[in-house]
Design a protein around this ligand. Structure first.
Ligand code: KG4
Ligand code: ZN
Length: 334
């Protein structure tokens, strides 16, 4: 019996249908409207989710060849994220589950990013070390079982994706900046400008990206508008290399501190080609298996929420009618 999963924590309206670890459908509707504001406008995101939620769920069911009455449970992202956006997903999930007396499974978004690695094909079994880097979070997760994770180190300021999006904006690129910055960086020289690889001397496993962003502000100021435009590819390449450098430095350090049988990635930044190649190389050096989850499952999607739901306690009808979304809060064991 299939499971329906819904994810609306930020600006993507997502629904997926899963049969155990197998993804039967995975529909993602990205909201283009935020591009002209250079970032996600929470109220605009909520309104779009309202318009898109049912069509996206219907598309996911139809792609999976399933109907509402075939479902055995409904999973939904409960947080963390934009509260208005989360509430649309949660209300939609309740409205589908309650009339059918189906159980509801509230899922932590970050557990979802980790759980993308549990999906077919070639699901990765814990224990493994997972680097999660998204627009809102950046941390190293010790994944010892399917039910949660322990944070070994996390960003002390900006998330990697947030820093990348801000850098992309400074270079005149659209939102979200990651894919565009990666494309532009491919034509640039990563060594043309010096960027600090922040926290490289810090013995811990925490990250910091705000200094890197400030470094770019100063370089752009010195270059001026025309100079920045002319050197945009070099700037993008240097910035991207510094982000990848810091992420892999901390990953290497975590592997030095504790033996792990495998390494995985999660979150939108994990779609980045140079990061994937750097982590693949690091793992090859150590003869460690590296689980390369598909790019589509790195950025926000509902299949990963359905995957985490398999290892999350369902709430029976009608108890979940009182259940609320959370903007910030529990993580890991969730
Ligand atoms: O996981 P995600 O889709 O949403 C959050 O949970 O935040 O991550 C979105 C972030 C954005 O900052 C976006 O620019 C970044 O992931 N991103 C990338 C790439 N694709 C998405 N960053 C670098 N390279 C990419 N190819
Ligand atoms: Zn995410």
């Amino acid at each position: 019996m299939p499971l329906l999963a819904i994810e609306t924590s930020c600006d993507d309206t997502c629904a997926a249908v899963l049969d155990g670890p197998t993804v039967l459908s995975n529909v993602i509707s990205s909201q283009a409207d935020h591009e002209r504001y250079g970032g996600v406008v929470p109220e605009v995101a909520s309104r779009h989710h309202l318009e898109l939620a049912i069509p996206v769920v219907e598309a996911a069911l139809s792609d999976a060849g399933a109907g509402f009455d075939d479902l055995e449970a409904v999973a939904v992202t409960a947080g963390p994220g934009l509260i208005g956006a989360l509430l649309v997903g949660l209300s939609t999930a309740k409205a589908i589950a309650a009339p059918r007396r189906l159980p509801l499974i509230p899922v932590d978004h970050l557990r979802g990013h980790v759980a993308a690695n549990f999906l077919e094909p070639e699901p990765l079994e814990p224990p493994f070390l997972c680097l999660v880097a998204s627009g809102g979070h950046t941390f190293l997760a010790a994944v010892r079982d399917h039910g949660g994770f322990e944070v070994l180190g996390e960003t002390l300021d900006d998330a990697a994706g947030e820093a990348i999006d801000k850098a992309a904006r400074m270079l005149g690129l659209g939102f979200p900046g990651g894919p565009e910055l990666e494309r532009l960086a491919a034509d640039g020289d990563p060594d043309a400008f010096t960027f600090p690889v922040a926290m490289s001397r810090d013995p811990g496993l925490d990250f910091s990206f705000s200094g890197l962003k400030t470094a770019l502000v100063y370089i752009c100021r010195d270059l001026g508008e025309a100079g920045t435009a002319e050197r945009a590819a070099d700037l993008a390449a240097g910035f991207q290399a510094a982000v990848v450098g810091q992420l892999t430095t901390k990953l290497r350090r975590a592997l030095d501190q504790e033996p792990w049988p495998a390494v995985a990635l999660g979150g939108g930044v994990a779609a980045n080609g140079p990061l994937r190649r750097a982590v693949a190389q690091l793992c090859a050096e150590r003869s460690l298996p590296f689980k390369e989850v598909s790019r589509e499952l790195c950025t926000d999607n509902a299949a990963m929420i359905g995957s985490a739901a398999r290892f999350t306690e369902p709430i029976a009808y009608p108890d979940y009618l009182r259940f609320d979304a959370f903007a910030t809060g529990p993580r890991g064991g969730g």
